[in-house]
Design a protein around this ligand. Structure first.
Ligand code: PLP
Length: 372
């Protein structure tokens, strides 16, 4: 078995040697070198959304969900009302967070295998004037579906509400809309399309929205307002920063820029997607989603109808050949997922398709088409 399989997952991902090497250096958290690195990471993250004078990046210790919980608790105050747009597990998680912290939440839900529908959001906002904010997931990693963010933002803007976007799995590879006037925050993490190592979630928020949010957060550790004030004062994290993770993220962001930023990285992932989907379809597998709504992040394949199909055996056989895939996350249908993000290149996906071909033979799978 390969010691270091290629991770074809939604994160943590296969990372570059330079990124892991950057994590191999210790820094003191008050050391000027670390503070400068942290400043640069924050400025570059903000710059991926807009003018760093208008947008502030607030990184936090933890995984992406920590940033989601921090953003909702800080930006949606006790007298506000959040509408969560759901078409998968990550939308549902935002509702759970709001319920747990005792803030007002409603939701509008769509089937997992379709993008969210701006017209239904329009109707929900028209029917409920108390809704102040809308939260939506850019790429729902549950299935890999890409939501129509520009159209959603447009509807939110027409109703004069504010938008919070969980862009976790798409940030750095799928462009944000040109018009961000209704956006209050974009949320992501170190270990997805920026290709860093796990340990930092971050919120890139409109500075004015955060400055209005003093006292909102029900959590001390997750208070983005407090952390921004501290960054503004002396560049320090309030609590022990994940220094090695930050250094790795610094190296990863420089590599991202060198690859051509969002456009360059997105182009590689789209090519990965095309090799992956073309290759597995040629073998007889089918995707859950039509190409038009598939994000170049992770692909859900339908499990074959063949009675010999067993995800565990399929996983193990691919793992033996050096590839780690991901289980499906749908409640209704048996599926598996394959990611196209990370330090993974079209030639890797070609090797993966060949490995799948060999595994299909080895496992004696004859019917790869899914059950009707
Ligand atoms: C990965 C991800 C998250 C955060 O998940 P963690 O396990 O906390 O890192 C949130 N939303 C989406 C859409 C994601 O893909």
């Amino acid at each position: 078995m390969s010691d270091r399989p290629l991770l074809l997952t939604p994160g943590p991902l296969t990372t570059a040697d330079a990124v892991r090497a950057a994590a191999g250096l210790d820094h003191g958290s008050r050391d000027p070198l670390f503070v400068a690195q942290s400043d640069e990471v924050r400025a570059r993250l903000a710059g991926l959304v807009g003018d760093p004078a208008e947008w502030a990046a607030v990184p936090l210790q933890g995984s992406g969900t920590f940033a989601v919980e921090a953003a909702l608790g800080t930006l949606v105050g006790p007298s506000d009302h959040l509408l969560v747009v759901i078409n998968g597990a990550y939308g549902k998680r935002m509702v759970q967070i709001m319920e747990r912290i005792g803030r007002t939440v409603s939701s509008v839900a769509f089937p997992e295998e379709t993008p969210v529908d701006p017209a239904a959001i329009d109707a929900a906002l028209a029917a409920n004037p108390s809704i102040s904010h809308v939260a939506v997931v850019h790429c729902e990693t549950t299935t890999g579906v890409l939501n129509p963010l520009a159209e959603v933002a447009d509807v939110v803007g027409r109703h004069g509400r504010r938008l919070i976007v969980d862009a976790m799995s798409a940030f750095g590879a799928v462009a944000l809309p040109d018009d961000l006037s209704t956006f209050d925050a974009v949320l992501a993490s170190s270990n997805k399309c920026l290709e860093g190592i796990p340990g930092i979630g971050f919120v890139i928020a409109r500075r004015a929205a955060l400055m209005d949010a003093q006292g909102n957060s029900p959590s001390l550790a997750l208070d983005l307002y407090d952390q921004l004030v501290r960054f503004d004062k002396d560049g320090q994290w309030r609590f022990t920063p994940p220094v090695q993770v930050l250094s790795a993220l610094h190296a990863a962001i420089i590599a991202h820029a060198a690859e051509g930023g969002v456009a360059g990285r997105g182009a590689r992932y789209r090519e990965n997607l095309s090799v992956l989907v073309g290759g597995l379809r040629a073998l007889g597998f089918e995707t859950l989603l039509p190409d038009a709504v598939q994000a170049p992040i992770i692909v859900t394949f339908l499990a074959p109808e063949d009675p010999a199909w067993d995800f565990g055996a399929f996983y193990d056989a691919l793992r033996d050949r050096g590839f780690a895939i991901y289980p499906g996350k749908l409640t209704e249908r048996d599926t598996f997922r394959v990611g196209c993000i990370g330090q993974v290149f079209p030639e890797d996906l070609r090797r993966f398709v060949e490995a799948v071909r060999a595994v299909v033979v080895a496992l004696g799978l004859t019917t790869l088409a899914p059950a009707a």
